[in-house]
Design a protein around this ligand. Structure first.
Ligand code: NDP
Length: 251
């Protein structure tokens, strides 16, 4: 069998939707997860005769996420050419000074950006451990993982945690018969709903806000389509996984 398997979270819009559209192909089984449907993707799959499974799920719900990740991964056929997990789903969380953060907001963001991603990694690594196909994990990180921003304590902390989870997972795979390869990849600044939320924050809570308003006004945001191309190009590199912390802008 020469099938490719791709599991992609956050495929309803933005970068994830653009990735899904580019991944859909007759030789690929694409499994998507998001809270909202993506009807365009469904019709595109039918048109391209491509295999698409689309699960509606809230990744902030840790218990059901673990069960879903287990059931998706346990259903993977063992003889595909390659297995790829793209943890793309993410949320900005509260844009607030640290003094104003609440436990619930922080916990929800942590659940989506870190717990769900680690949970999918765990199930994916455990189930595909004995498979012969190439095993790759892309965690969509952010420049904010590596540079602090006032007002973004929650987002920065969750993306930094995702970076470190990726580094540790790489070490955990050392010495395995068919080690999974990893990258925690910053995708650039992308023109999506998430950037819209950045621009509508207040400059009191987020002093860097004007910079992002200027990027949009000066047409300097990357389109979701171009960002998806950059991520997929990175995924296809021969040296994928050598550097587990990367940024498409400096790759
Ligand atoms: P969007 O807000 O446009 O899309 C986020 C995606 O994540 C949606 O498909 C959304 O689906 C999904 N998602 C969010 N919360 C949940 C949840 N609770 N359960 C399931 N799915 C969820 O963001 P982007 O496309 O911009 O972001 C994609 C990734 O890129 C994120 O990880 C983000 O942190 C990262 N990134 C983005 C940058 C940017 O400039 N836009 C810059 C750097 C990194 P739904 O709402 O249907 O559940």
């Amino acid at each position: 069998m020469s099938e490719k398997v791709v599991i992609l979270t956050g495929a309803s819009r933005g970068l994830g939707a653009a990735l899904a559209e580019k991944i859909l192909a007759p030789d690929t089984r694409l499994v998507c997860i998001a809270r909202n449907p993506n009807d365009h993707l469904g019709s595109l799959a039918a048109k391209r005769n491509a295999w698409l499974d689309y699960y509606l799920a809230d990744l902030a719900d840790i218990a059901s996420t673990e069960a879903l990740a287990a059931s998706i991964c346990e259903g993977l056929l063992p003889d595909a050419e390659s297995y790829t997990l793209i943890n793309n789903a993410g949320m900005l969380g509260p844009i607030e000074k640290s003094e104003a953060l609440t436990a619930m907001e922080v916990a929800t963001t942590l659940s989506v950006n870190v717990v769900a991603a680690m949970c999918f990694m765990a199930q994916f690594l455990a189930v595909t451990k004995t498979f012969a196909g190439a095993r790759r994990i892309v965690n969509i990180s952010s420049g904010a993982a590596r540079r602090p921003y006032a007002g973004w304590a929650t987002y920065c902390a969750t993306k930094a945690a995702l970076d470190m989870a990726t580094r540790c997972a790489k070490l955990d795979e050392e010495g395995s018969a068919n080690p999974a390869r990893f990258v925690s990849l910053a995708p650039g600044v992308i023109d999506t709903q998430m950037q819209g939320a950045v621009r509508t924050s207040t400059s009191e809570a987020f002093p860097h806000r004007q910079h992002f308003i200027d990027l949009k006004a000066n047409d300097q945001l990357t389109s979701a389509e171009d960002a998806a191309d950059n991520v997929l190009k990175y995924l296809a590199r021969d040296d994928f996984g050598e550097n587990e912390i990367a940024d498409v802008r400096t790759a």
